[in-house]
Each structure stands twice: as C-alpha cells, then as structure tokens.
Design a protein around this ligand. Structure first.
Ligand SMILES: C[S@@+](CC[C@H](N)C(=O)[O-])C[C@H]1O[C@@H](n2cnc3c(N)ncnc32)[C@H](O)[C@@H]1O
Length: 591
C-alpha cells in the first residue's frame, strides 16, 4: 500500500491531487457496470456504499473504467492508452472521491486491506454527504441535547425522531420547531416515527413548522379494518402521514395492491412505507434475482398509481444518488439479504437516472431560477389574482424543483404554507435540499401525483400548476383540475399556466408548439360545476429581432382570441437571439 493511502483523516485532502504515473489503482470489487444504458450514459453501481455513478459517453471512458476492474493497474501504462488526459484525470478523481476506486499496491488487496481502503473512502465520502440521524425521543432527551447534536452536523442532516406516542413529546417538538424557524438548527428533512398518531391542532402546527412528516408504524397490509385514531386530524391539518406496512408476497397480486391503493387514497395519506425483508418473504432462501425484480416491479406499480412509496429497509433514492450516506453496512447482512440489496440497486438506479433524464430541461434549481426570469412570473408578481395573503395555504401541483413554491413563499409568509407535489421523488428531494440551504421555512416538498393529490378536501386557499404541458398531452389535465378544485376551499382559487419557454423561431411551426390544442383541453377541464373562470390571459415576450414575417406569424399563433380581462403583456426583451416565450393562464374560483 502507498504511504499516503494509509493516512489519518486529516491527510485525506492530499489525496485529491493528480495521481502519479507510478501509482497502482483498482476499482472496488463491489463496483459493477449496470444495464441498461441511459441516454448514452452508463451507470456504475457500488454495492458496498450503495451508490451509483454515471460514466459520461464518449472518449472511451467506459473502457477506461472497465480496465480498472479485477486487479491493480499501473496508471502510467493505462494513461498511455488514452488521448484526453484531462478527462481521464477527472474520471479518476471522481471515482476516488466516491470510493469507487482505491490506490493500491501492485498486488491485489487482501480482505483486510480492502476493509482499510473502504474505511478511508468512507471518511472522504462523509465529508461531502449528508448524514441521517436517528434520535429516540423516549430516551429521554432534552431540547438542549437535541440542539447540541444537530449543531454538530456539518451539513443539515436528515433527522428521524422515534417515539411510541407523539403526544408525549408535544413540548420538545414545539421547541424544536421554534429553533428551526429561528434558524438555530437545520434539518434537511425530518421524519417523526411513531406508533400512535393522536395529536391536537397545536401539535400538528409544530410538525408543520418543523417541516416534518409522520410515519406511523405497524399498519396492517393491505389496509387496516378500522379507522386509525388521529389520522384524520393529522391530514386535515396538512401534516404528511406515511404508514409503515409489511406486505407478504401478496403484493404481487393486482387485487391486493388495489385494496391498499383504495384505502390509502380514501384517507389521504401522503405515502406508503413498505418493509420487504427477503428472509421473511422467502424463508427457504430460494428466491433469485428475477423474483426480487418481480417484487420491485410490484412496488413500482403502486408508486405509479399512488405517487409516494418507499421501501424502508433498502437504500433510499437519496443514498443511491449519492446525496446522503447509507446508514447500513453490507458487512452485517446475510448473503441472501445482500443479494436482495444489490438487485435493488441494479434495478432502482437506472429507474432513477431515467427519471432525471426525463427532466433534463433543468436539473439544478439555481440554473432554473436564471432560466425562468422572475419578472415573467405572473402569480408571484400578482398574488392578488389568487387572493393570496400571509397565512395562506397553497398547493403547488407538479412542483418540479420548487421554482413556483420559492417564488410564492414570501407572499404567504411564515404563518403560511406551500405544499409542492411532484411525481419524481428525486426532484422533490432536490427541491427540499435547496430550500433548506436557502432557509425557506414554509415549503413542504412531497412526492405525489397531480391526478391524485394526497390531501383532503378543501384544505387549501389556492392551488397552482405551472408549466406542465405533459399533463395535458397525456390526458391527465381534467383529473388534475378536478383534484385542484377538490383540495381548495370554497372561495379559493386555482390557476393553471401553460408555458412554452424560449422557443426558437424555427420551432414555432412545430405541432407541439401550437397552444390552441392545449388551450382547448384546459378550457374544457375548467368546465366544472364548482369552478367559475375569473381570468384568462395570454402573455409572453419576444426578442427584439422578432420582426417582419416572423413577428406576424408569432402574433397570429399566440395573440389572444380570448376573453382577456388583463392587458396582454407583449414586450420586447434585451437578450440576444430570436426566442419567444408564451404563457397561457386560466384562473378559476371554487364555488
Ligand atoms: C416543466 S416542470 C415545471 C415545474 C414547476 N411547476 C415550474 O414551473 O418550475 C414540470 C414538472 O411536472 C412534473 N409532472 C409531470 N407530470 C406530473 C404528474 N402527473 N404528477 C405530478 N408531477 C408531474 C414533472 O416531473 C416536472 O417536474
């Protein structure tokens, strides 16, 4: 082993520099190249750290990574086979940083050496990853203990507070909520795990101010046969409740899954947490990868219809995507349990990566905030259109990375709440992390579906949906509008904006740009016994170079033939290039 690889944690930063040509390197034996290829990217899975990593296309990078497998390779010899040394060095640094590759001696590392390499890599990973803290509230623990523990964290952790009964911890939860609101402690996500939901309004308020969701233990699969005490109070007060269930192999049965979905939808819980222990499911240990995959696909089928489903004893999406450290260690598991976890990683990582890829229009909230210029935002600039005021509760449907929620946050103030519902958990996780970094306290990000909003009737003052053409093209628009109307109280408003952003002139003639069709669908969806349309508006902006025939075309395409109580905003833009933005907004009041 090279001397610098044996270093103490404080020496670890010295590992980040360019590796010398005489170094020997090797992939961790737990690393594998996954199938399938996602948009020309290949994925690596690390079965020990339970994390994925992307190998970008081109430059022979996959061949380079594969050459590092099996046994130590001399870097000088390897580098000589590739042209672009900069890309190779970037890939090496990344592999090392995430523990996918170790610097070794020329001989294959023994089990003990491998354990040591992994410990060093873990130390390095921990410097960049968020941690997950589990705290037993019944222990007991004081608010000062909690504050000290949370303040010791470098980056805002995920916190799981466990207790038998919520009501026993009313005071500490209220105190913790106050500390969070005051910015004295930071949690990127808080889950309170309990066996008893009973709570009053005040306790629910503390949970909201904590940004917490509640996980209720031990609910019978596929549905309890009597009402759960306290559940109704929680959901009516906007608290996100997940229930923990332990399904048997009956989860493979469509009819049984349907029962679970019907019950979950009828009580407006936010999500299902499933415990799937391979040893309990297959006591004889006779299952293979295909059986595991059938099980995961059954979970996916629930997720597709319900929105938020987690397998609690497997690595979370945040762990797999390399945002949070895994709290389990494969060393302590049986071979059978390990192969179950590895199969899950192989199955889930491509699903996650293709979800991200579907949303490649913008992956980073900072970029999104620049891409979508603030002055173009109708509702944040005109909250009176939704009758919003401090204290209002707003549901942001198809919330993505939280752009609309962040913009509306100051309007509803610290007494208000914006619940952003987004179908991809990886996006709502990212939105939540970003909101935590920027100290937004009144935003909740929840995975969920527009056509099945996991909230009870009439609990919100307004519901908004922006920039989700896909919902209309998939025929889900009417169900979304019905759901938005359902969750808003009488007198509350709903707004849907279809937006086509930064259209290149060349695309103006393309069928997907023709908004008339979507407008017709939107108009039809708003024909609803409890909705009265109060505003319709086409607005947008064009580049100054959009003149002559193009401008005439643009006007013909997009100028309103609509009832339009507001001025049409039709202004020029200073940015170079010939692009146009078009927005179409419908606002209705619930009767
Ligand atoms: C273009 S983004 C807009 C995000 C955000 N509303 C904004 O204006 O910045 C559309 C988002 O809608 C989400 N989405 C699409 N269909 C959905 C559905 N049926 N339920 C929930 N979210 C959905 C997508 O995953 C994506 O994040």
């Amino acid at each position: 082993m090279r001397a610098h690889e044996q270093g103490r944690p404080s020496d670890l930063h010295s590992l980040v520099g360019r590796l010398p040509n005489d170094a020997f390197v090797m992939l961790d034996p737990a690393v594998e190249v996954l199938e399938p290829e996602i948009a020309e990217h290949r994925l690596l899975g690390h079965g020990y750290f339970e994390v994925g990593m992307v190998v970008p296309p081109g430059e022979g990078l996959l061949a380079f990574v594969t050459a590092l497998g099996q046994q130590p390779v001399n870097l000088g010899t390897l580098r000589a086979q590739f042209d672009d040394q900069q890309i190779i060095d970037k890939m090496l640094a990344s592999l090392r940083q995430h523990g996918f590759m170790h610097v070794t001696s020329p001989t294959k590392p023994s089990t003990e050496e491998l354990a040591r390499f992994r410990a060093i890599a873990e130390q390095r990973r921990r410097e960049t990853l968020r941690r997950s803290l589990v705290i037993d509230l019944d222990a007991p623990i004081s608010i000062d203990d909690l504050r000290v523990r949370l303040s010791a964290e470098v980056s805002a952790p995920e916190v799981r507070l466990r207790c038998a009964r919520l009501v026993d911890h009313k005071r500490i939860l209220a105190e913790l909520a106050c500390l969070r609101q005051a910015g004295a402690v930071r949690m990127h996500h808080t889950v309170v795990q309990t066996n008893d939901l009973s709570a009053d309004r005040e306790l629910c308020r503390s949970l909201i101010r904590l940004g917490a969701s509640v996980h209720l233990e031990a609910v019978p699969w596929p549905a309890p046969d009597r009402p759960i005490p306290g559940l109704d109070e929680m959901t009516r007060n906007c608290v996100a409740v997940h229930v923990l269930m332990t399904p048997g192999l009956s989860i493979l049965d469509d009819a049984v899954r349907h029962r679970a979905l019907t019950w979950a939808g009828s009580v407006f819980i936010s999500g299902l947490c499933l415990r799937l222990e391979p040893e309990a499911l297959w006591p004889a240990g006779n299952a293979r990868e295909d059986d595991f995959i059938d099980l995961f696909n059954a979970v996916r089928a629930i997720e597709n219809e319900f929105g938020d489903v987690l397998i609690v004893n497997l690595p979370s999406d945040e762990v797999l995507l390399g945002n949070t450290a895994s709290s389990s260690s494969p060393d302590r598991l049986s071979d059978f349990a390990n192969s179950f976890r590895t199969s899950y990683m192989r199955w889930r990582l491509p699903v996650l990566k293709s979800c991200e890829n579907d949303n490649s229009w913008s992956q980073i909230p900072e970029v999104e905030d620049k891409l979508v210029r603030a002055r173009e935002d109708l509702l944040p600039n005109h909250p009176e259109l939704l009758s919003l005021k401090p204290g209002s509760v707003v549901v942001d449907v198809c919330g993505g990375l939280g752009r609309v929620a962040r913009r509306l946050s100051p309007v509803v103030g610290e007494e208000g709440l914006i619940i952003s519902i987004e179908m991809f958990r990886c996006l709502s996780d990212r939105a939540r992390r970003f909101a935590c970094e920027r100290n937004f306290m009144n935003l909740h990000f929840r995975p969920g579906l527009a056509q099945r909003i996991p909230l009870p009737d009439a609990m919100a003052d307004a519901a908004v949906n922006e920039w989700t053409g896909g919902v209309w093209e998939l025929g889900l628009g009417p169900a979304m509008v019905r759901e938005m109307a359902r969750v808003v109280r009488r007198g509350g408003r709903i707004a849907v904006t279809h937006r086509l952003v930064r259209l290149h002139l060349a695309s103006l003639a393309q069928p997907w740009v023709q908004y008339e069709e979507i407008y017709r669908w939107m108009r039809e969806a708003f024909v609803h016994p409890q909705l009265t349309i109060i505003a319709e508006r086409v607005w947008g902006q064009i580049a100054p170079s959009l003149v002559g025939d193009n401008a005439t075309f643009w006007r013909r395409q997009y100028m309103p033939r609509l009832v339009n109580p507001y001025d049409v905003t039709y202004k020029s833009d200073d940015s170079p290039g010939t692009q146009a933005d078009v927005y179409l907004t419908l606002i209705a009041q619930r009767q």
